[in-house]
Write a protein that binds this ligand. Structure first.
Ligand code: SAM
Length: 322
């Protein structure tokens, strides 16, 4: 499957629900509520959709996201259904980890190999102020449980926001290195509640790495081509090794290599994270699967995938899935 600029599409990011307990300052607009959860794609619909994309269209990577994917009671069944599709080589999930402590083992047994965990602060008061949930200790337990369940690599994702957590970058690296986790710093994107203040709140990859100057002795580039994150093996001044990545959609856009299609929890098609949705796969899945209709809808969406992402996002990250 290719878009009109011949970019091959191999990576599906699937939002399982718009629901999330967190209200992160940069993510969920005040007063925004997810749609009726009765409309979410069912396990059977998800299985049919992913199977079609993997067997007929070459999708090889699937990331479960949200909202918060662990809010789905049937998440283990969803993971099982996708994990048994041979063509899916990489199945991962992005989570806030609030519910991971008690779910990691079952998810790993179901076939979930790895998780990315959002973590913007190591200070419990600041964590609560950013996310709206007094839950840092639950996230810490979630990280431990994911490790005990054998998930690897575990990556911590930090959105860096000026005036919010840019002073914690070094501490977060030290923490991640101590936990044996990779850490990735995500540049703030101009969408959601901070879009209007983006210029003042944005912290570039360049500034993030310069803030690490006194902590990192040497940087060795690790990422292969075609990945959204630039990843490095960093030797810290205390001799420890940290895995540090940057997702710099603003200062270093990776649109020319974008191999993603995003599908929302009710089947909405998002060819680009910052652009408008382009139809929905739901009518092709419900009440019964129509492969022809599914192909027509996927083709239409990919035809509208822009060459570069718009300057400002029009959607809500927690609905699209990040
Ligand atoms: N609930 C899960 C979580 O907390 O990771 C998954 C959904 S969350 C919307 C997915 C990712 O989007 C997170 O890593 C989050 O930090 C990121 N995100 C949300 N709004 C963002 C923004 N304006 N700029 C950059 N990243 C953002």
């Amino acid at each position: 499957m290719q878009d009109r600029y011949s970019r091959p599409i191999r990576y599906l990011r699937l939002s399982l629900t718009g629901a999330c307990a967190m209200r992160c300052t940069y993510c969920r607009p005040f007063g925004w509520h997810s749609q009726d959860r009765d409309d979410e794609l069912t396990v059977g619909e998800i299985q049919a959709l992913v199977e079609h994309l993997a067997t007929r269209h070459g999708v090889r990577k699937v990331r479960l996201t949200g909202g918060e994917p662990t809010n789905r009671d049937d998440l283990v069944r969803i993971v099982q259904a996708i994990a048994k599709i041979d063509q899916v080589e990489d199945l991962a999930m992005t989570t806030n980890a609030l519910n991971l402590e008690h779910r990691a083992k079952a998810l790993a047994s179901a076939g979930l190999r790895r998780v990315n965990i959002s973590l913007d602060s190591l200070d419990p008061v600041r964590f609560a102020a950013i996310t709206g949930v007094d839950g840092l200790s639950r996230v810490m337990s979630g990280i431990q449980s994911a490790r005990r369940a054998g998930m690897a690599p575990i990556r911590l994702n930090t959105v860096v926001v000026r005036g919010q957590n840019e002073d914690e970058i070094g501490e977060l690296v030290t923490f991640a290195a101590g936990e044996g986790c990779a850490i990735r710093f995500i540049e703030l994107m101009p969408m959601g509640p901070l879009a209007a203040q983006w210029k003042q709140r944005f912290v570039s990859q360049e500034e993030i790495s310069s803030r690490l100057r006194s902590l990192v002795k040497t940087w060795t580039r690790e990422s292969r081509g075609g990945e959204s994150a630039l990843s490095y093996r960093a030797e810290l001044v205390d001799g420890r090794i940290a895995k540090i990545g940057f997702i710099s959609a603003m200062s270093c856009p990776f649109c020319s290599q974008c191999d993603r299609i995003r599908i929302g929890s009710r089947g909405e098609l998002y060819p680009c994270l910052l652009d408008h949705p382009a139809g929905s796969v739901l009518p092709a899945l419900r009440p019964v699967l129509s492969r022809t209709e599914l192909d027509r809808r996927l083709g239409e969406a990919l035809n509208s995938k822009p060459l570069e992402h718009p300057a400002v996002g029009v959607g809500v990250m927690t609905a699209i899935g990040g």
